[in-house]
Design a protein around this ligand. Sequence first.
Ligand code: NOJ
Length: 736
Amino acid sequence: MKRYISVIILSLFAVSALYSQSRKKDYSLQVDSVLSLMTLEEKIGQMNQYSNDRQNTGPVINNQDHLREIREGRVGSMLNVTSVTRANQYQDEAMKSRLRIPLLFGLDVIHGMKTIFPIPLGEAASFDLELMRKTAEIAAEEASAHGVHWTFAPNVDVSRDARWGRVMETSGEDTWYGKQVAKVRVEGFQGNGYENRNRILACAKHFAAYGAAVAGKDYAEVDISENTLHQVYLPPFKAALDAGVATFMHSFNEINGIPAAAHKYLQRDLLKDTWGFGGFVVSDWGSVGDLAKHGYAKDIKESALLSALAGCDMDMCSESYIKNLEQLIKEGLLDVALIDDAVRRILTKKFELGLFDDPYCFNRREHELDDKNINGKYRDIAREMGAKSIVLLKNEAALPIANSVKNIAVVGPLNKSQWDMLGNWSALGKPEYVITVLDGLKKALPKANISYHEGYNFRNNELLEMPDLKNYDLIIVAVGEKSMESGEAKSKVDININKNHQQLVKNLKENSDCPVVALVMGGRPLVFKDMEPYADAILITWWLGVEAGNSIADVLTGKYNPSGKLPVTYPQHSGQCPIYYNTKRTGRPWRPKAQWVTGYMDATVLPAYAFGYGLSYTQFEISEPTIDKNAYDMDSKISVKVTVKNTGKYKGCETVQLYLQDVAGSITRPVIELCGFRRVDLEPNETKEIEFILTSGDLGFFNAKNEFVTEPGDFKIFVGNSSDNLKSTQFELIKK
Ligand code: NOJ
């Protein structure tokens, strides 16, 4: 019997090899043949995922004998296997199993594998989609060379609440922009297929609305209208799907009373049936087992039942499936057809990756990427992405650093920290790969006297003595968060920058005669009103990855003229969270100094810095937008034109942003919403005309029945360089 099976499998390998040239192949024949040979236990095994012994992000079950279970065909995938040696050990065991079905290796490759790029929120600030595609491509190339087949990225959660620590993994608060970023990241990770082994499966996560956790508390319940779910939180997932994303991960949260892990409407009805998703859904870490903790299932057995019925195909780390699905089928509570469907989806991805042809095909490339690689070809991209991610918030003639500047004080431990520049979720990034701010500045300004001072100490949260500051021409101080202050389970009630950091900036300004430049580091919007008046320039520098120091030096010296724009609103107070630019208008819209309007008694509703805001060393003038008609029908192409002029003295790049307002709808529409942008490079005095084309689809929304519609009526169009600095025009959309 055994021999017979291997013959079939071998012939399957041969069949699949025949197909291995073309891109979108149909593997259903091969998949069905394998499926027909599998026992129920082996099928359920494919739906089971364990973690290697590192990077745990949830409870760990310690008494598992992974190697034995793999040999017994009880494991379909491993996560957190980060070396080829280890991957080979596991795959060897899979090759000893009865049907020799290869394992799939998954890992959180969030912003780079070894060459660590800026955190995703930072990259989003670049508004450079092609560069984001490139960094995802590089991450995939490096990850695949380490035997990784599958990244748990991109995180396409819309996040409007800076208290939630996972803002750092996302592209920020805007749904439309989230769609564009989701698309390029998926395409970057996956390429046109996996045949050349340098592309990996992507995973759109966390399905769904994880970023809407009440009060910004990670894992907490989400209570939003169905309309908000469709309008705000789901579109980036749909965009990922349209870009061909291979897998989805459901989220930890419940949505309006139903945990995502058991959400049949989301996983089976909407995603698989309505949207036609052909890949598979993986759970989050232990989220299937957590159903009992939610109070939605009475025990782990019922958790497995509800999750499998709801359409979750693979159980990450809870053991609910492997321990219960067989019994549930025997008891007639679960139809084996659902198991077959899940296994088919998983096996299809293994075929597409070529693992049935050669289970070690990814693992054979490690030699391409030893540590030398980190010093090689991709650093330039990391440096460019780092510089483009930086957002200049304030600049009172302090930057770029003038040639006359000779004595520079660099203050604050973040300037020297290699570890923190990697940011959270940094895969195989190593601190020793990182260029610190101090190193970057020394390299960029070899003739300057650059001295380092600690200024404050994270461990005891205390201010430290500073020397006499009168002899300096410039002070550069880094404040904000350490890398473990944003990320999973890193929610905060207070997003103010530590008082001592802010006090330090004040002290530096009051005790010196020179400009003070503040570098704000962190993974979320932070509040820093107390230090703001004392900083002559403020830059948001996130955590920029391996080239952090060079990227920051490039911007400070003017080698790169800053062009980043905020992908999230920066509030003035923690209590303003959640805060986002595309709010509804309300019956009593806020007006300055008015009473009885939407707002607060004790603070403004205005943000500190608006979505889309970011300065340059040069100035740009954006004209009024013009359109060619006053009325368009539903089939029209609406052309919006503006001219952009560089009126300053440096070459620079402006991100011209296009927003719209649907003046009156069958349900209320936001005050404005982003619907386009363009990065425009301009020499001093140069002018360019930019054209945006809108179609009626761009003007649509989900109505009260959650159907996507475009309604005729008046629309306003806004163009500018920030969501709070816009010029407008308007037109009518008429029914044909
Ligand atoms: C939990 C996180 O929520 C998820 O994003 C991640 O992919 C898994 N852990 C695996 O590490």
